[in-house]
Design a protein around this ligand. Structure first.
Ligand code: ATP
Length: 224
């Protein structure tokens, strides 16, 4: 079943076209990498899908009742709050009933491996811990569609693998769309690739298909 359908999505900033005529669909339970170099239009695309940015034209259709989770590229955590306080706030803002917000926050912090530091202030967290906390706030309401803007780009290889494993374990309940400029990340858990350049979708298919069409070394050179 299709969970998200995007048709002819375009975003202009004045003369600049950041995203041009983007069309694709996501099947429920799949993981898709939105891959492309800096400035390709990945953040602009995800921000439109998350409802944070208005498209200039085109349409986005998805089952809103399924819920959507979003992890921005640079999430902000209030440094004076503990991880649990932050999560309770995030849970309530995401529509979790206030009587369930505490238990759901604790469960999600355990899931991302932050259970033992839930009472520490987020200002003391390392980059990797913040990335886990960002993921936790994006999934606390158990959304069916999860949008992640470069969830692992700032992490070392071990941290990257750990976050990708967490994302993998959300399937098939959750459909995941995440952006990256590193092909190796995509290879770990991805069913299909959306390959953007200069705001346009230049390839769409399974990893195998895309590799066949574009000689693998060329993609590696471009993205690593
Ligand atoms: P990165 O990997 O560097 O985050 P990206 O693929 O996410 O890049 P976007 O941030 O979506 O790319 O940017 C796409 C294009 O749109 C870029 O040329 C960028 O300069 C431009 N752009 C993005 N936001 C704005 C804005 N608010 N005003 C004007 N131009 C913008």
């Amino acid at each position: 079943m299709t969970i998200l359908e995007v048709r002819n999505l375009t975003k202009r900033y004045g003369e600049q076209v950041a995203v041009k005529d983007l069309s694709f669909a996501l099947e429920e339970g799949t993981a898709t990498a939105l891959i492309g170099p800096n400035g390709a239009g990945k953040t602009t695309t995800l921000s439109m899908l998350a409802g944070l940015l208005r498209a200039t034209s085109g349409s986005i259709n998805w089952h809103r009742e399924s819920g959507v989770g979003f992890l921005p590229q640079h999430p902000h955590f209030f440094p004076w709050m503990t991880a649990l306080e932050f999560m309770e706030m995030a849970a309530k803002l995401s529509g979790v009933h206030s009587k369930n917000a505490l238990s759901q926050s604790k469960k999600t912090l355990e899931f991302v491996g932050l259970g033992s530091v839930q009472n520490k202030k987020t200002g003391t967290f390392s980059g990797g811990m913040k990335q886990r906390l960002g993921l936790a706030q994006a999934i606390v309401h158990e959304p069916k569609l999860l949008l992640l803007d470069e969830p692992v780009s700032a992490l070392d290889p071990t941290g990257r693998r750990e976050i990708m494993d967490l994302l993998k374990s959300l399937q098939p309940h959750t459909t995941v769309l995440y952006s990256t400029h590193i092909l190796n990340d995509a290879e770990q858990m991805t069913d299909q690739l959306l390959f953007m350049q200069h705001g346009k979708l230049v390839e769409h298919g399974s990893l195998g298909e895309v590799k066949e069409r574009y000689a693998e070394p060329r993609i590696r050179i471009r993205f690593q």
